[in-house]
Design a protein around this ligand. Sequence first.
Ligand code: ADP
Ligand code: 5GP
Length: 219
Amino acid sequence: MLEPAQTRSHSSRRDRNPAASLSCADVTHSEIADTPRSRVFVITGPSGVGKGTVITRLREMRPNLGLSVSATTRAPRAGEVDGVDYHFLGQEQFAEHVAAGDFAEHAEYSGNRYGTLRSELERHHETGGVVLEIELQGARQIRAAMPEATQIFIAPPSAETLRERLTGRGTDSAGDIERRLAVAEGELAAQNEFEHVVVNDDLELAVRQLDAIVGGRDG
Ligand code: ADP
Ligand code: 5GP
């Protein structure tokens, strides 16, 4: 079921980015598409695989690498800060942003909506690149709109490990964990779509592999 891939890695969203403005800059598709390939990194993988954890570690090593703060209709978890972990929006606010074309991508995941504001991509345009931590549907939308972006899938060493990590994180209800694991089946089946796959078994190794990809040293 889980095939070892070329590379394998892990990370979390606790990235404490400088608070971002929710103002939606008028960034056009072409401006986004003009962003050099090496500057946009899409990181996808099932919930609980460790995306946030590896991204945090990666950004400690690469302080100029920005993180896109996503918008979501999900309720904040304990400790999550608006504008840092997410832009927490109501259904109506989210729908307004969709209608205004403010999102570079957006998707529904496990009963909530998530999206990348174009203003987040613009915010990091002049820095050392930007990481988008997003789920599969969003990654596909970015791939279609920005084929030059680097796409990285973070895979778990096994399905059992994924369940253990989701449970061990202690942030989601039993029902939500089951829903996330059900979504994970489809996500894992899609990993071959990705240019890079990093298996997050040993954290240090995964971070090194991710860093090599971001640094353009991955074969
Ligand atoms: P995601 O952002 O993909 O949902 P997290 O970064 O929140 O996942 O990680 C889920 C849980 O797994 C966290 O408790 C984290 O500490 C743990 N974790 C992440 N990577 C590893 C790893 N390589 N080995 C063991 N535990 C890990
Ligand atoms: P969580 O609720 O655990 O924070 O996130 C659930 C899922 O939504 C994760 O797979 C996460 O990567 C994804 N996600 C977070 N932000 C975005 C976003 O802006 N767009 C999309 N498509 N997915 C996102």
